[in-house]
Ligand binder design. Structure first.
Ligand SMILES: *[C@@H]1O[C@H](CO)[C@@H](O)[C@H](O)[C@H]1NC(C)=O
Length: 340
């Protein structure tokens, strides 16, 4: 919140209300009228902003890739109007995951388990906060809090200005592959002691009758079925929001409230990253190589193997939990599920 907003509750509410009205406004179109306002809106100044670049692309004969992205945007908008009812208003803190590059006029909403470490590295390199090859930036540095500014750090007026003038991008992934990847990374591998300690012990305590004292103390052997039961347990989200590694992408990035110009996908990471970097005018920057095809197939196999052992009842409930991510981003229900 801006400083002007905090002294009195009523005033604070009014400030927030003004901001949220704008945040909640209909997604703005890439129209020429809007384009005229960019000059003052974009802090970068001289060259065409990434949003103007996208507008140019949409006016001319579209490349196949530009057409794919236009269709994804349209599908997202249609799915939003079909599947979302009146939603609560957003406050700045809801925008914590939207990272800001003022030098280029770029907003990137990060979804963990969707190449977000590499995107943070690229943003650090783009913004001049780190030099040289993005891959050389250590992961812990890319994730260090405050290393990259977030929209939540700005006042409502400053947030709205950026939302209007910047290119907004998010990257998503098939929801169950993402979930399987989060489980493997945070529970099934021996080196994620912090997650096992924080969440693993809680899961064992709550969901495993007659647990071994060692498991209660370390939370190191959580099974996939237990992890899913924890996600579906109503107490879990009553206590606190889901951890960002398994929170739904729509709940992290609010794609039906903010207007996203590019919906990138993990499944086509290399092409989509190059598309964004082209709009940003940083084609020379190399996005760290995405996993080779074989690893992509391995992620699919892992999800299939893990979910096959889950009862249809739980599969269905889990699909319901992640349904919006499937619908908004055009993923179909995996064929290995027994939903009917
Ligand atoms: C949605 O998914 C279907 C099936 O995979 C595909 O044929 C279609 O092109 C996709 N639509 C968009 C807009 O991405």
């Amino acid at each position: 919140m801006g400083r002007r907003c905090w002294p009195r509750r009523a005033l604070a509410a009014a400030c927030l209300g003004a901001a949220l009205l704008l945040l909640g406004a209909a997604p703005r179109a890439l129209s020429p009228a809007f384009e005229n306002s960019l000059g003052s809106g974009w802090l970068g100044g001289k060259r065409r902003s990434p949003l103007q670049m996208l507008y140019d692309l949409d006016q001319g004969p579209r490349s196949a890739l530009a057409e794919v992205h236009r269709q994804r945007r349209d599908l997202l908008r249609r799915a939003c109007s079909r599947h979302t009812r009146r939603q609560r208003l957003l406050g700045p803190e809801d925008l914590r995951h939207v990272l800001v590059d003022d030098a280029h006029g770029l907003l990137y909403c990060y979804v963990p388990k969707v190449a977000c470490t590499n995107w943070k590295r690229v943003l650090l390199a783009l913004s001049g906060r780190a030099r040289g090859d993005p891959l050389a930036i250590p992961a812990h540095e890319a994730h260090a809090p405050g290393r990259l500014p977030s929209l939540a750090d700005f006042s409502p007026a400053e947030i709205n200005r950026r939302l209007r003038a910047y290119l907004a991008v998010l990257f998503v992934r098939e929801p169950f592959e993402r979930l399987a990847s989060a489980y493997r990374n945070k529970f099934a591998r021996p080196y994620s002691a912090a997650f096992q300690q924080r969440y693993g012990t809680r899961i064992v305590r709550r969901l495993r009758p007659r647990a071994h004292p060692d498991a209660l103390a370390r939370g190191h052997d959580v099974r996939f079925a237990e992890f899913l039961a924890y996600l579906l347990d109503p107490r879990t989200r009553r206590e606190e929001p889901f951890n960002e590694h398994w929170e739904r992408a729509h709940a992290l990035c609010h794609p039906c409230r903010l207007r996203y110009d590019v919906v990138g996908k993990f499944e086509t990471l290399a092409e989509d990253a190059a598309f964004v970097l082209g709009l940003v005018g940083a084609s020379g920057l190399r996005f760290p190589a995405p996993p080779p095809r074989a690893k992509g197939a391995a992620a699919r196999d892992l999800a299939e193997r893990l979910f096959r052992d889950i009862s249809p009842f739980y599969q269905r409930r889990l699909f319901d939990l992640y349904r919006m991510d499937f619908l908004l981003f055009n993923y179909s229900a995996p064929s290995y599920l027994r939903l009917h």
